[in-house]
Design a binder for this molecule. Structure first.
Ligand code: GYE
Length: 320
């Protein structure tokens, strides 16, 4: 089945070369790969950087990219996938909003033998052969790293709040899982409030304001599942007359330039890196498929931990 799928995938990539007209004329001169990218939206600095990375890399390699921004709605992403099938694209890149709800549409895509590469987030499907590979960071490990840093910084004693990412998304589920796994070994660490702020800055600020109202004077640290929510929380802390990074520790995941600036200013204490610059990896994978190679089911992007002390030196290296 797997071999059959890979063979079919190769056929599909070749079939779309050069678009209909050239292919029908049989000149064989053009080898343009046509790829559909079903992006989930633009909720964060991370995501717009990912979009740019994929678009830039497509251009660099002469790939024709069909880009669809689902504006945060899974229904739109499903519609985009169906549209790509209608266009008979050679391959699909999918950054799925949530883990579930993909079985039917991926089965439709498979009927046309179009390979699907999951970019940045994973899915839960009954049949794993519905996608070719997942290129993403290990979100559980990111959660563990954030927790390990916070345990170290607080001596294992801390009352903290958690700003969760999009409900049902792989990074929100896994970043909480890894974090709580480490906290379970440290009874002095207590999550006193936890809520989603949908990976957004404005929402992060709003939820943090509500947290501060609910538990004034009790919050010692913030764990945010991404930079944007951490930056929103920092604004809320400052508006409440508190010093983020000093009165209340802040740790986040992603590691974009704005977060490094906040770290250099002493307002954010630690960032677990998660790279959005996935364009080169995505097209490397598609080219390998095109050559008939079998890809591993999972391509893991490595992440580092940065603390405030390293921020100023690292700032010029941040690409987004
Ligand atoms: O951390 C967050 C974004 O899926 C890894 O989505 C990605 C996450 C990223 O909105 O900023």
């Amino acid at each position: 089945m797997r071999l059959h799928l890979i063979g079919g995938a190769l056929l599909a990539l070749v079939a779309s070369c050069g678009g209909g007209e050239t292919a029908e004329q049989g000149t064989g001169s053009s080898k343009t790969m046509v790829v559909g990218f079903a992006q989930l939206g633009a909720e964060s600095n991370w995501r717009t950087a990912e979009t740019r990375s994929v678009q830039d890399e497509a251009q660099r390699r002469g790939v024709e990219l069909k880009f669809a921004d689902a504006q945060g709605q899974q229904e739109n992403q499903i519609r985009a996938l169906k549209g790509f099938v209608g266009m008979n694209v050679g391959a699909i890149l999918l950054a799925p909003k949530t883990e579930t709800g993909w079985d039917n549409v991926l089965a439709d895509v498979r009927k046309k033998n179009i390979p699907v590469v999951l970019l940045d987030r994973g899915v839960k499907v009954a049949d794993e052969s519905l996608y070719t590979t997942l290129i993403a960071s290990d979100f559980v490990e990111e959660g563990r790293k954030a927790a390990t840093w916070l345990v170290g910084a607080t001596g294992g004693k801390c009352r903290l709040v958690e700003l969760q990412g999009t409900v049902g998304s792989a990074p929100a589920i896994d970043r909480q899982k890894g974090f709580l796994e480490v906290l379970a070994q440290h009874p002095g660490m207590e999550v006193i409030l936890s809520q989603t702020a949908e990976f957004g800055l404005a929402k992060g600020k709003e939820v943090m304001e509500a947290f501060l109202k609910a538990k004034p004077k009790e919050i010692q640290a913030v764990y945010a599942h991404n930079d944007d929510m951490a930056l929103g929380a920092i604004q809320a802390l400052e508006a409440a007359g508190l010093k983020p990074g000093v009165d209340v520790l802040v740790v986040s995941i992603d590691g974009g330039k704005p977060a490094f600036e906040a770290m250099a200013a002493g307002k954010l204490n630690c960032v677990v890196e998660c790279s959005p610059l996935l364009g080169p990896l995505a097209f490397d994978a598609l080219e390998r498929l095109q050559r008939g190679e079998t890809l591993p089911k999972r391509i893991v992007v490595e992440d580092r931990v940065f603390t405030a002390a390293e921020a100023a030196a690292e700032l010029p290296n941040r690409k987004y």
